[in-house]
Design a protein around this ligand. Structure first.
Ligand code: PLP
Length: 423
């Protein structure tokens, strides 16, 4: 039985999971690969790799246009993947799922289409100080185009969560839109997006949630959250690169204009005019990322097979274990919610070490076959201006990581201390 065939509440058998991920039995720098960079991109199970390979080997054809068997099969599998994703995040139907390349493109689509039509000179756009560049730059660009004002919800005193007073204060400006991350890729903080959405709706704002770091790691229900838009990336949730989605409430998407024109997004075209296709196809001009949809479909099957609650519980356990160990190391500072607040923390641990640059730390990890990331993590305003450091090192866990992997990271920190002769 593969690791993904038992979704009942259970502990994840990581040794079984690891077997599904071919790359995890390879080596890096002559050492067993310990992959601790899933916040950047996840590894792919053989089920996803095989689904993509099977598509190319047995029914590769363009979708929507062919009146022959394999084109119909490709169309069916591609559409089925949208049904699956809709169910996975609690959307009403595939019509609310627009496929894009990634979270970045999803947010840009919302800013370019909904934003262009609804944000005007002097309007306020609200984001937060813990956003990834993907959820900053599109809104800066919109604000610049429109002469709108971009405001930020500040972080609290210990810089681990959003400051509720700041949120309330910024909402008093009646922003047109609030765009906020569900889970921070630097702090690990999980925001209470349901409560935030309710507050923003009370002030008449439309709400977009950046789900890049939540959707792969915990159950997500967009209808329960109540958000208007939700953005996600397939490559962070065991799927291939180049496929992501913008969820939008049907009425909102129906009222929005496409940003690209071309084949597939039209119902009819004349010499001077055209009419648009139905949702969600009117936003998907040109040949789609068919293999991406099929791979994402297999990824969702895999995640469902293990169960999102089990995944969340497992990551909390491994993260807590790692934090306990790292917490005992002199000169090591971790960011984000502390160990007593695991309910509002994901499997991301960013840290600094006194006397060692984060890039040197990552290099020493690399020498030991351990993949971590160091830098500003595409969150320069947060890392540089709010945390006041140029860079941090970041460990991030997923379903294929266990306490042994956490121990490997802790040992590597010991090596950093030896190399730099730190106390
Ligand atoms: C919180 C957050 N938002 C957005 C993104 C952008 O994702 P992508 O590069 O897949 O568009 C990332 C990627 O790391 C992220 O962590």
């Amino acid at each position: 039985m593969s690791a993904a065939e038992n979704s009942e509440q259970h502990d994840i058998d990581v040794s079984l999971v690891k077997k599904d991920f071919p790359i995890l039995s390879t080596q890096m720098n002559g050492k067993r690969l310990v992959y601790l960079d899933s916040a950047a991109t996840s590894q792919k199970p053989v089920q996803v790799i095989d689904a993509i390979s099977n598509y190319y080997r047995t029914f590769n054809a363009n979708i929507h246009r062919g009146i022959y068997k394999i084109s119909e099969q490709a169309t069916e599998e591609y559409t089925k993947s949208k049904d699956k994703l809709a169910e996975f995040i609690g959307a009403k139907s595939y019509q609310e799922i627009v496929y894009v390349r990634n979270t970045t493109e999803a947010i840009n689509l919302a800013a370019l289409s909904w934003g262009e039509a609804n944000v005007n000179k002097g309007d306020h756009i609200l984001i937060t100080q813990m956003e990834h560049h993907s959820n900053i730059v599109p809104w800066q660009m919109l604000a610049q185009r429109k002469g709108a004002v971009l405001d930020y919800v500040a972080l609290n005193g210990d810089r681990s969560a959003l400051d509720q007073e700041s949120l309330e204060k910024q909402l008093e400006k009646n922003p047109k839109i609030l765009a906020v991350t569900h889970a921070s890729n630097v702090l690990g903080t999980i925001n209470d997006v349901k409560a935030i959405t309710r507050k923003a709706h009370d002030r008449g704002a439309v709400v977009l949630i950046d789900g890049a770091q939540s959707c792969p790691h915990m159950p997500v229900d967009v209808r329960d959250i109540g958000c208007d838009f939700f953005a996600l990336s397939g490559h962070k949730m065991l799927g291939p690169t180049g496929i992501g989605a913008l969820y939008g409430k049907r009425d909102l998407l129906a009222a929005m204009e496409p940003i690209f024109g071309g084949g597939d997004m039209i119902r009819s075209v004349g010499f001077q005019t055209h009419t648009w296709n139905d949702l969600p196809w009117k936003f998907e001009a040109g040949t789609s990322n068919i293999e991406g949809g099929i791979g994402l479909s297999a990824a969702i099957d895999y995640l469902n097979g293990i169960g999102m609650k089990n995944i969340r519980r497992h990551e909390v356990e491994v993260t807590r274990y790692a934090m306990e160990k790292l917490g005992g190391i002199r000169g090591l500072k971790m960011y984000g919610p502390d160990i007593d607040h695991m309910e509002s923390r994901g499997g991301v641990i960013s840290f600094s070490m006194e006397g060692a640059h984060p890039h040197d730390v990552a290099q020493i990890f690399d020498d030991r076959g351990i993949a971590i990331r160091a830098g500003h993590h595409c969150a320069m305003p947060l890392v540089e201006d709010v945390l006041g450091v140029g860079a941090v090192s970041r460990i991030s866990f997923y379903i294929y990581n266990d306490k042994n992997d956490a121990d490997a990271a802790v040992d590597a920190v010991g090596e950093v201390k030896r190399v730099f002769k730190l106390q």
